[in-house]
Design a binder for this molecule. Sequence first.
Ligand code: DQA
Length: 146
Amino acid sequence: MSKILIIHGPNLNLLGEREPDVYGTVNLENINQQAIEWGNTHSIDIDTFQSNHEGEIVDQIGKAKDTYDVIVINPAAYTHTSVAIRDAISAIGIPTIEVHLSNIHAREEFRHVSTVAPVSRGQICGFGIKSYILGLEAALSIINEK
Ligand code: DQA
C-alpha cells in the first residue's frame, strides 16, 4: 500500500482558534481525520506529524526516506525562513508537495518567499483545508505516475 506523510509546521496545532478569519475554524485533528478518510477512499496509508520545532521537522523528513511515497508539507512560518527544512527535502529526494491554507502570495511580502518551493514538486495555497486535499490529490497523481 502506498504511504503519504503529512507534516504540519509551527502553530498549526492552534488551528480552529488561531486567526479564524485567515485560517478558518477547522482544527488540526479534523484536518488529519479528513486526510485519513481520503486515504481510506484511495487505499493509501496516511500518517500525520505536527511540530513547533524546526529540528523535529528536519528529523521527521530524514526518517521518511524508504517509508513514504510522497510528503505533503505545510511548513507554516518555517516556509519563509528554513534552509534546514529545504535541505532535508532535497536530501531525501521523496516527491514533496507544499501546501498552505492561506494564499501566501496575497499576504504580507515576507510570506511571498518560500525556501521549500524550489525543492517541491509544486505548491498549493489559498484553498483553506481543501489545500490539503488538493495536495493529497497531487500526491496520488505522482504515485500513479510511478
Ligand atoms: C501558512 C502560511 C504561513 O505564512 C504562516 O506562517 C502559517 C500558515 C498557511 O497555511 O497559510 O503559519 O503556512
